[in-house]
Design a protein around this ligand. Structure first.
Ligand SMILES: Nc1ncnc2c1ncn2[C@@H]1O[C@H](COP(=O)(O)OP(=O)(O)O)[C@@H](O)[C@H]1O
Ligand SMILES: Cc1ncc(COP(=O)(O)O)c(C=O)c1O
Length: 293
């Protein structure tokens, strides 16, 4: 083991860790729980879903239907308390309402030793997602500051830090110094480790992910940039990162694994019909996740 690498979860023998996955469920368009459940299961985790909403499809399709589950979540989690469910990690992503952040805090209180992984899904390329109100963005920003591992893209990092987005957003072409500044600023706000996603420099044909944080050697991994975008790749990235961490890999290894896996899944996706709409396809690659163990 490289001393400079950061391990946040020690996998013990045959033990199957249990992960509470707090994400939405999408009927069509692979993303969120549809990604987290298979990926983490392939990494030998027992995934316990906490659905934040039920969607007919991801929100890039016109005419999606959403059922907000906020009302049921307190009873849902209380019932877990009643039967003594044990949880080793809380992994949250897409949320439906600011009150859902309170339910995630309830989970933190119920499982104070669980690893806290926050994918602060809110926005991309300078734009906030259509279901995210300003109240939900500020609640998500607060949650982000309590994460053991925080995985923002650059727009989400700006929102959490209260820096401008929209017309004034700086884009994905950021220097190493700027990546360090953003990570340091997020750590100063309370996040322990930060994986900054999707750095793309002008004139380069690669996409970079950068990790840094508390007692963590800064590390950057890069992959070939593919000239299309798919929905669900952010969820797939965070789920693969989490899968590798829960398999006992270092954060640095996890950052590299997740970038490689998403790249390969994007190639698999491009061979499918309607590939730009269907969400990311990765099913034939799940064996690579099993190999983490
Ligand atoms: N076009 C692409 N080519 C190669 N890798 C990509 C591409 N788009 C996304 N990825 C990989 O997936 C990660 C997550 O990206 P993205 O889906 O844009 O996240 P988010 O939805 O959170 O903004 C990136 O940091 C990168 O590793
Ligand atoms: C309902 C829903 N969940 C999750 C996501 C997150 O997708 P991504 O992984 O591309 O950030 C989206 C984005 O379209 C969505 O519409």
């Amino acid at each position: 083991m490289n001393e400079a690498e950061t391990h946040l979860y020690q996998r013990e023998g045959a033990y199957i860790p249990r992960v509470a996955a707090v994400h939405d469920l999408c009927g069509y368009g692979k993303c969120s729980l549809g990604v987290a459940i298979p990926v983490l299961s392939a990494a030998g985790c027992d995934v316990c879903p906490v659905p934040t909403g039920l969607f007919s499809s991801h929100t890039a399709f016109p005419g999606w239907y959403m059922h907000d589950t906020t009302e049921i979540l307190a009873d849902y989690l209380n019932a877990w308390k009643g039967i003594g469910v044990e949880i080793d990690a809380v992994y949250s992503g897409f949320l439906g309402a600011p009150e859902q952040v309170d339910r995630i805090r309830d989970l933190y209180a119920m499982y104070p030793n669980a690893l806290r992984v926050v994918d602060p899904v809110m926005a991309d390329h300078g734009k906030v997602y259509p279901t995210y109100t300003p109240e939900l963005c500020s609640a998500m920003a607060e949650l982000a500051c309590g994460a053991d591992i925080l995985t923002p893209n650059l727009t989400e990092a700006a929102i959490i830090l209260g820096e401008p987005i929209g017309e004034d957003w700086g884009g994905t072409d950021i220097s190493d110094e700027e990546a360090h500044r953003l990570v340091d600023a997020l750590v100063a706000k309370g996040a322990k480790h930060v994986v900054l996603k999707g750095i793309q420099r002008e004139g380069e044909s690669c996409i970079r992910n950068f990790v840094g944080g508390k007692d963590c050697e800064a590390f950057e991994a890069h992959n070939e940039y593919l000239p299309y975008m798919l929905h669900g790749t952010g969820d797939l990235y965070a789920s693969c990162l989490m899968a590798a961490v829960m398999a006992g890999r270092s954060l640095q290894e996890a950052v590299a694994f997740a970038g490689d896996f998403v790249h390969d899944a994007m190639l698999v996706s491009a061979e499918q019909p309607d590939f730009k709409d269907r969400g990311v396809s990765f099913e034939p690659l799940l064996g690579k996740v099993c190999e983490l163990l």
